[in-house]
Design a protein around this ligand. Structure first.
Ligand SMILES: [Ca+2]
Ligand SMILES: [Ca+2]
Length: 173
């Protein structure tokens, strides 16, 4: 089966009061974790961003995509553990929140992970009944992305998640 060449990880933080965090967010996929972080102040209230890991061929022209910090350690093509798409279904795909302290909570509005094997392979997101979830020391720190898309290619999925992101960011405070 083809090697995973890149990941696109879109994360939208909720617009609810107190939704933002300076804690850490990890992506679990294909048997390991990655750190989702950039040079910007990430995961602030109402904030959405598309994080690039490895080398996904991103369609649709200009995007708010941003390379993750420490890309050499957060690359699905890493020499020490190149990820094979055959193993993708053998472990859950999830986001894990590590709060800054015991009182730090994060409200996640939605997330989608697009997996590329040079071309689009599969996307993962929360199930359709998901609207938002508080994560933290008092309520749990992990959200499993249990809904999978393979059909239709990445362009319709990206279009849909970007429209959703736009809608969330324009919601009144
Ligand atoms: Ca932050
Ligand atoms: Ca950051």
């Amino acid at each position: 089966m083809p090697q995973i060449s890149g990941l696109l990880c879109q994360i939208i933080t909720g617009k609810i009061s107190g939704a933002g965090t300076d804690g850490d967010i990890f992506l679990g996929l294909c048997g390991r974790e990655f750190v989702i972080d950039s040079k910007a102040d990430d995961f602030e209230r109402g904030n959405w961003r598309e994080y690039i890991l490895g080398d996904p061929p991103i369609p649709n022209g200009p995007t708010p995509s941003i390379q993750v910090n420490n890309p050499e350690f957060n690359d699905p093509r890493s020499e020490g553990f190149p990820l094979d798409s055959v193993n993708l279904d053998r472990s859950p795909v999830y986001l894990r929140f590590e709060p800054k302290d015991r009182d730090d909570n994060w409200n996640l509005a939605t997330a989608v992970i697009l997996v590329y094997t040079n071309s689009f392979f599969k996307a993962f997101m929360p199930p359709s009944e998901f609207d938002n979830l508080w994560l933290g020391q008092k309520m749990g720190k992990v959200l499993f992305l249990t809904k999978e898309f393979v059909e239709g290619g990445d362009t319709p999925i990206l279009k849909r998640v970007r429209e959703l992101a736009d809608k969330i960011s324009k919601m009144p405070d």
